[in-house]
Every structure is written in C-alpha cells, then in structure tokens.
Design a protein around this ligand. Sequence first.
Ligand SMILES: [Zn+2]
Length: 50
Amino acid sequence: MPRDFVKLVCTVCGEENYHTNKNKKTTPERLEFNKYCSRCQKQTSHKEKK
Ligand SMILES: [Zn+2]
C-alpha cells in the first residue's frame, strides 16, 4: 500500500524540520505535532505540508 511522504513545517518560522510518512486511508486528517524547531530554538507546532 502506498504511503505518502509529507513534510512537517514549523508554523512559526516555516522551516521544514521533519519528514514523515502517512497512510492517507488510515490517517486522512492533517498531521500536527509539537516538536522542537532548531530555528525558533523551542518547541513549536509543526503542520503537514504537501
Ligand atoms: Zn520554527
């Protein structure tokens, strides 16, 4: 089953900090994680970018 490659982008500065895969059939919603951003130097919200 194909899995989609997605980028996780810091919502504060727009930096692409993380890459992940997701299965659109099992995870149709947009991903959002609180992760550390090296540019902001703090934990920020990261959202899926196509
Ligand atoms: Zn950032």
